[in-house]
Every structure is written in C-alpha cells, then in structure tokens.
Design a protein around this ligand. Structure first.
Ligand SMILES: [Fe+2]
Length: 343
C-alpha cells in the first residue's frame, strides 16, 4: 500500500483505504477499482491523494470463467452488429452457443459475485444480454428448471434484447433521459426481437416468446401487449426479473461490487404487481444469504451487523447495533441502505 497523488493515479488502481469527503461522508470504499469517472470525481471532491494497493488486484475471477464470459459477450456483440447493418445471422446457432456458455457460467460457484466484477460500463447492451442469461439460468435452476428447459431459458435470456440491434444507436446509447417519442421507439424492441427469433426458432418457441414478453408486468402495465402473467411464459417472467435485477445492479457497479440490500429490497417491492412473486421469492431466498454477518448502515446512519434474516421478509433483517437488536420487521421506519466494509 502507498499513498499517491491524484496526478499519478491511473484507472485500474485499487484503493487500499476508503476515501472520505470534506464532511466525513464515505465517498469510495477500499477495494474499489479506480475508473476514469472516479478520477474526475476525486478531483471535484477536492481530494489530492489516495492510498492504493500496489499488490495484486483484489477481485479474483477464475481465468476460465473470464474467457468464457468475454467470448459470449463478443459473440452477441458481433451478431448484433451484423443485424444492425441489415444482414441476418444464424440465430439458432448463436442461441445454442450462447446457451452453453451461459450454463457454464451459471454453474460457477461464484457466478453472481463474479458477474459484478466482470461487468463493464462500455458495451452495456452486450454485457447485459449475457448477464441476464446467467441470472435467469440461476433463478431457473432454483425454480426447478433442468435439461432442455434450462438450456432454452439460458438461450432466451441471452437473446432477450436481440431486437435492440434494430434500434437507432443514438436512442440506444443516449446518455440522458429518453423523450416519450424515443421511449416509444425503444418499446418496439420486443416485437423486433420476436420477429427475428420467430424466423429462426419458429412461432411460439420459448426464445421468441421471451423476447416478446420480457417487458410485460404482472399487473398488465408492461409492453408491448399489456399481458397478465397467465398469458406469459414462466421463462418470460424469470427473464423479466433478471433484466430488472441486472439493470439495477449495473447502475450500482461503481458504488459497490455486491448486490445490495437496496436492490434486493426493490426487487421484492416490484414483486407486488410488476414481477412474478414466485420468481422473486426463489431468487431472494438464495441470494440474500450472502448478507448474513455483513456490516450494514441503516437509514438513520447507525452501523450494525446482520444477525438474522426473516424467511418471509429477507430484506428486513435483524441488525445488531452495539448492544441492541434492531428488528427491521418491527422498525418499519428504518431500512438497510448500504453495506459497510469490515474495519
Ligand atoms: Fe428489453
């Protein structure tokens, strides 16, 4: 570990100590990898030097997993660029290759935590396809999918946004908020994907239907058809959950490397009317256990440790704060807002 000035700090360096702002608020946690965006933020916060870890980088993703992941992202990227130019791709061959890759990745013990390390802000659309495939495959396994059904789900997850290849790039990559007219264009991607995939996999195929139905919501407020759950495939509802989860965790990637309580709590909230509660329940049940024993910050600023997770309300655990036990099932005015590194 050494202290270096901001002018010597390069993207890729890993913080060895947390960075605090002038008010004492935590800005960046130790272990955080510096990005170009962080470099700009650090100088705007008036910080002139930081401690960096000059040993091996902290995150460790198995090399084989990294290779498979980037291979999968590369394949979907090439396919979507071909489609964008107006040519056709062999979506059936692409789907089975991606399905195999996704199942291999989902079988890794660190699948979910490694996913958070592999994501990159660049090429979000392509990473998102593979990430959703992995999350959907994991959730599918936890819901009892296996064999061909699981492979179909993995393929459907990886290809769910294929229709985006036919959207104008200036809308797809627009950094700011979309206008209502632009959003109407984005809303066509399930139909475009469905059309492309029906041509390859046949009408009514799981892959084509998931592309069409992954933005439907359980209260009928989704698009493009405003369908209710009875009219959508379970695979579509799984991919819908994976899509929302991945979008939320990706937005948080530069703030925290693990799925946070706030993301999981939001998923649970969405299970009332938007996402299939059975799908969210199965996912939370498996994912939330990472939080056992973690140090967390409550919405009143207190820091404590998660000591018990309620089965029925996994995002409202009992937190030990000093000598007190704060049960968030009882203290509805409080919530977990963040995870805090060990001292
Ligand atoms: Fe989508």
């Amino acid at each position: 570990m050494r202290r270096i000035s901001l002018s010597d700090l390069h993207p890729g360096s890993v913080l060895a100590k947390p960075v605090y702002g002038a008010s004492g608020a935590l800005r960046l946690n130790q272990g955080k990898q510096i990005t170009r965006q962080f470099l700009d933020s650090l100088s705007s916060w008036g910080i002139h030097s930081v401690y960096v870890d000059d040993g091996a980088p902290l995150p460790v993703v198995p090399e084989a997993m990294k290779a498979t992941y980037y291979e999968a992202v590369g394949r979907i990227k090439v396919a979507m660029e071909i489609l964008r130019r107006g040519s056709l791709v062999d979506a059936a061959a692409l789907g089975s290759q991606l399905g195999e890759f996704v199942l291999q990745l989902a079988a890794e013990p660190c699948a979910l935590s490694c996913l958070h390390l592999l994501r990159e802000r660049d090429d979000y659309t392509f990473h998102h396809c593979i990430d959703v495939g992995i999350v959907a495959a994991l959730a599918g396994k936890w819901l009892g999918f296996s064999g061909t059904d699981l492979l179909q789900l993995a393929m459907a997850g990886a290809l769910h946004d294929l229709g985006k290849a036919r959207l104008p790039l200036e809308i797809l990559n627009k950094p700011g908020r979309l206008t209502p007219e632009e959003f109407d264009v984005v809303k066509t991607h399930p139909l475009l994907g469905h059309e492309l995939l029906t041509a390859e996999f046949g009408p009514g195929s799981v892959v084509a239907r998931v592309a069409l139905e992954h933005h439907e919501r359980t209260d009928g407020s989704g698009y493009p058809q405003g369908l209710r759950p009875a009219d959508t495939l379970l695979a579509s509802r799984i991919v819908a959950m994976a899509d929302v989860y991945d979008a939320m965790t990706s937005r948080r990637i530069y703030r925290d490397r693990s799925p946070e309580f706030a993301v999981l709590a939001q998923l649970q909230e969405d299970s009332f009317g938007l996402l299939d509660p059975r799908v969210v329940g199965a996912f939370l049940e498996h994912v939330i256990h990472y939080a056992h024993g973690r140090r967390v910050r409550l919405s009143n600023g207190q820091i404590g440790r998660v000591v018990f997770i309620h089965e029925m309300a996994p995002t409202r655990p009992i937190v030990e704060v000093g000598v007190d036990l704060v049960d968030l099932m009882v203290r509805k005015d409080l919530s977990v807002v963040d995870e805090v590194d060990e001292e």
